[in-house]
Design a protein around this ligand. Structure first.
Ligand SMILES: NC(=O)c1ccc[n+]([C@@H]2O[C@H](COP(=O)([O-])OP(=O)(O)OC[C@H]3O[C@@H](n4cnc5c(N)ncnc54)[C@H](OP(=O)(O)O)[C@@H]3O)[C@@H](O)[C@H]2O)c1
Length: 241
């Protein structure tokens, strides 16, 4: 039997108070898992509590603050599924030579955050546990001015392959979203839908994805016990367009 029933499993999602992580929490809870999500801001924590309505736990943690992460892992005890979907870093979307060194380095905060989540959570993982991280299609679809997204995403994907080899039989996978309509694009304000439509016009599936669609990819790697070291693309064909 290679598929893992989520009933009664302990699932921790760092970066789970909005967007893709929150959708994964809802899907895992609906599948019978005991779920804890965490993020930094009170605003997202409050809205996640409304969404959860008691079906999962909501806590405060930052991928860069080991103590805040450890508090959750201690509360949970044994972690069956550890997920990080946090954005976790500032990205400056300019050509590489127009970025300062500090701006380029800042993008890697996502990687350092994920590394801290894994390092802090590993002692609490079940022997047959699994880790799932989130990269992004720019890791393998290069466009101008996206070097920060591309380089950090590729690093996350390679870290996953390293961890899968080193931590087996713990399974480690990564889900790579394309352009997905989440709070990540709220800075676009009233133009968000028009801009997302323009950004996806050349994709094979000509629309932004939903958090729920990406969450299905996360649930797939969580539940399939024969999948490890893999990148699952949920991107509307962006890397082929
Ligand atoms: N949406 C897309 O089009 C897209 C495309 C490619 C890749 N991705 C990747 O997919 C993942 C999820 O993105 P999303 O679109 O769902 O973003 P989102 O809607 O902005 O949600 C991000 C979540 O992560 C939390 N978070 C951010 N930084 C954190 C930190 N340092 N520590 C703990 N929690 C943190 C946020 O809450 P707080 O801000 O309150 O902490 C929120 O709960 C990210 O890794 C993103 O890079 C997204």
């Amino acid at each position: 039997m290679t598929s893992n029933n989520l009933t009664g499993k302990n699932v921790v999602i760092i970066g789970g108070t909005a967007g893709i992580g929150l959708a994964a929490a809802q899907a895992a809870a609906a599948a019978g898992a005991k779920v804890w999500v965490a993020g930094r801001s009170e605003a997202h924590i409050e809205s996640a509590k409304q969404v959860a309505n008691g079906s999962f736990e909501v806590r405060q943690a930052d991928t860069h603050d080991a103590a805040s992460l450890e508090a959750i892992f201690k509360e949970v005890g044994t972690v069956d599924h550890l997920i990080s979907a946090a954005v976790g870093g500032e990205r400056t979307l300019k050509p590489f030579l127009e970025q300062t060194e500090d701006q380029f380095k800042a993008a890697y905060d996502k990687l350092w955050g994920y590394a801290k989540v894994v390092r802090t959570g590993a002692p609490y993982l079940a022997e047959d546990g699994a880790i799932t991280l989130v990269s992004g299609s720019p890791a393998r679809k290069i466009r101008p001015a996206q070097s920060p997204l591309s380089c950090v995403g590729a690093s996350v994907e390679n870290l996953v392959r390293c961890l899968a080899v080193e931590m087996a039989p713990v399974r480690v996978n990564v889900v790579s979203p394309g352009t997905v309509d989440t709070a990540m694009f709220d800075w676009m304000g009233d133009e968000k839908q028009d801009k997302l439509a323009a950004m996806t016009a050349s994709h094979l599936i000509k629309r932004a994805g939903t958090s729920e669609e990406v969450a299905q990819g996360i649930l797939f790697v969580m539940q399939n016990g024969f999948v490890t070291g893999t990148t699952i693309d949920v991107d509307g064909g962006r890397i082929l367009s």
